[in-house]
Design a binder for this molecule. Sequence first.
Ligand code: MG
Ligand code: MG
Length: 265
Amino acid sequence: MIFLKTEDEIELLRQSNQLVGKTLAEVAKHIKPGVTTIELDRVAEEFIRDHGAIPTFKGYPNQNGQPFPGTLCTSINDVVVHGIPNNTELKDGDIVSIDCGVFMNGFCGDSAYTFCIGEVAEEVKELLRTTKESLYLGIQNAVQGKRLGDIGFAIQQHCEAKSYGVVREFVGHGIGRNMHEDPQVPNYGRRGSGTLLKRGLCIAIEPMITLGTRQVTMDNDGWTVRTRDRKPAAHFEHTIAVNSGKADILSTFDYIEQVLGNNVI
Ligand code: MG
Ligand code: MG
């Protein structure tokens, strides 16, 4: 069941999502060769709790009922999503997708960004650029009167034109009082198909795009999703509210990109 949000509810969603953007920026300050993903996780958890919010991912159960142990999903190189923070050190040439969720004043925030560590191969930077572009193309289609399939179509077309893989098994989602609400928001689709988009629909749009095959595998930990060919994957996510004319982007990359400065890809 889809819950359309009132203006007051959208403002609360915005506050939660702005905190996610600030948390990712705080994490960005610590991203460098030698830092471990568990250290980044501690930075995020402390920042979120200091701001009176709760990390939504922590304790979130997978389909087997196993709770996610981290505040962040930290997905390095061939890990597409749901990487568990651990003692792995980031190294020069890596990419890491960091996904963050918070719960504050009754509403969730959810946003993700893929970061480069040091000098990253040009073909991987191009994957990141294209994934981020596809997110904004999806958002351009998240307006009143269009349909859900228009969002996925825009993302898929942009990424497949460069022969990248569009992951099918994981999708975006409605968001509100719960992190995952209806509808599901696939990163592929047919133009003009699916649910009609109405003002007040709040969704997380999150393309997960691979350099090679779109096929993925799951590690034995029940969380870590990798590309089957072990080539890198990128993940960018915004939470938005459908509006007339132009979507209202409730999350933000501005704080992150202020920290990255000239290193924004
Ligand atoms: Mg997310
Ligand atoms: Mg999400």
